[in-house]
Structure formats: C-alpha cells, structure tokens
Design a protein around this ligand. Structure first.
Ligand code: BTN
Length: 244
C-alpha cells in the first residue's frame, strides 16, 4: 500500500477544509489538528473541542486521480467502523454502539449511552460524478469537561476512565481506515449493517412522533421504514429517534 501523506497542524479552521485544499497537490492524504476553531458537524452544526485533547482527523481522496471505493455511502460507514475498531481495543465491545447514520456511542457506568465520536463525510461533484471525498472524524479522547448543552450527551475516553495516548490512537485510526478501504465493499457494508442493528427496530419520526419499524437498509445507507399506514424512506439520521 502506498504511503498516504499525513499533515498535522496545531490550529486549523476545520481539518476537512484543509484536506480539501491540499487535494490540489495530492491524490489522497490525511490531515489532523490539535485544535479546530470552525469544526463542522452534520446538518450545519458545529463540532467543538479543546486543544490537544481530542482527535480531529480527515481523510481526503481525489476521486478522479485515485481509484477509490464505488459506493460513496461507504465512507461514513468506514469512518464509524474504524472508530469502533480502535475503541474496542480499549473499551469492552458491548459498551460501544453505532447510532444511525454514523455516530459512535459508549455506555457509561450507569449504562447511559453518550456520544464519543462523530463523522462527517463531504463530497465534491462535477455534474453527477463525485470528484472528491473528505471523510472527517472527531473522537473525544482526553477532554474531561463539556459545556452545559453537551454535558449529558457527550463523553470521552477520559470521562469513561481510560487514559490514552492521542498519537497512538490517531495512527491506529489511520491504519484502520486504510485497511477498511482495501476490503470488499459488500463485506464492509454488511459488517456495518450488523453493527448498526436497525432491521426490525422501532424508530420514531422526530417531526411527527409517528412510529415505524425499519424493514431494510438500502445500499445507499438509507432506510426503508414501514407502519400500518405508510412506507417511508429515511436518509437522515437526525430525523429519527430510537433506543440504542
Ligand atoms: C457530527 O457528529 O455532527 C460530525 C462531527 C464531525 C467532526 C469532525 S472533526 C474532524 C473533521 N473536521 C470537521 O470540521 N469536522 C470533522
């Protein structure tokens, strides 16, 4: 496997933005940072975290120059599986759960699940063809305080009682991403489907409260949900709520 260049910065707006810029010079690359002052989350939200405490990593690929994966929905799948794999070496497996579409949650001492990692994959298009992909991953590692809005939603390895070497964790994450990118696409997708364990699960639409049961996970990562009145296609994890 060719070495993928890795650029580390002390302070950036967002590692996804820097990775996108650097794609002008590289077929693919990693960008990480000690701090992001404009970190982005999904759905226009911000992703905030302290300096030197957490992982902020982006993997970027120029899809025109490098033969990448065919199913673009797999990038976020790969992000969440890579995070689960590295955390499983530290935390008992059964305490880690993937939440649709690609959040990673961990159970604390009282059995409540809190978000430890989020994934944001962004794509550039020319017409219908995807020209570039940026997969951004944030993991809360050594941060031990979250502001009020997040304090009962987020957690970190430190808050869960684990002390970890950030650099080692970052290397392990990169290795897992590259390994997953090499694997058979269907096999990776099936592994994620099993991890996310949504088929047969009851979910509620946040907008209306209507309850549905997930019947199928489609190859593009969207969900087919059904109740006695309706069938719905769900492609936005933020529009449903469900018990992990
Ligand atoms: C989410 O859960 O809403 C997604 C969060 C993604 C955060 C990561 S941190 C590295 C990369 N750079 C960003 O600005 N966002 C992603």
């Amino acid at each position: 496997m060719n070495e993928v260049p890795h650029f580390h910065y002390e302070r950036v707006s967002s590692t996804n933005d820097i990775a996108k810029e650097l794609l002008a010079l590289h077929e693919r690359l990693f960008v990480s940072a000690d701090y992001q002052f404009k970190g982005r989350g999904r759905k226009g939200r911000t992703w905030e975290g302290e300096s030197y405490k957490n992982i902020y990593l982006s993997y970027a690929v120029n899809e025109l120059k490098y033969k990448s994966i065919d199913n673009k929905a797999l990038y976020q799948v790969i992000g969440s599986l890579a995070v689960k794999k590295i955390l499983s070496k530290i935390i008992p497996q059964d305490k880690i759960k993937l939440k649709y579409p690609n959040d990673v949650y961990v159970a604390n001492d009282t059995g409540e699940y809190r978000k430890i990692s989020g994934i944001l994959s962004e794509h550039g298009y020319l017409g219908n063809s995807c020209t570039e992909t940026i997969l951004g991953i944030g993991i809360n590692v050594n941060q031990d305080k979250f502001d009020n809005a997040l304090s009962n939603k987020a957690t970190s390895l430190k808050l869960l009682g684990y002390s970890c070497d950030l650099d080692k964790l970052l290397e392990d994450l990169k290795e897992n991403i590259l390994h997953l990118l090499e694997r058979d696409e269907k096999e990776v997708f099936d592994e994620w489907k099993e991890e996310i364990a949504l088929v047969g699960k009851k979910v509620a639409l946040i907008e209306t409260g209507a309850e549905f049961v997930i019947e199928r996970v489609n190859p593009d990562g969207s969900l087919l949900a059904r109740n006695e009145h309706n069938e719905r296609n769900i492609n936005n994890g933020d529009s449903i709520s469900y018990e992990l």
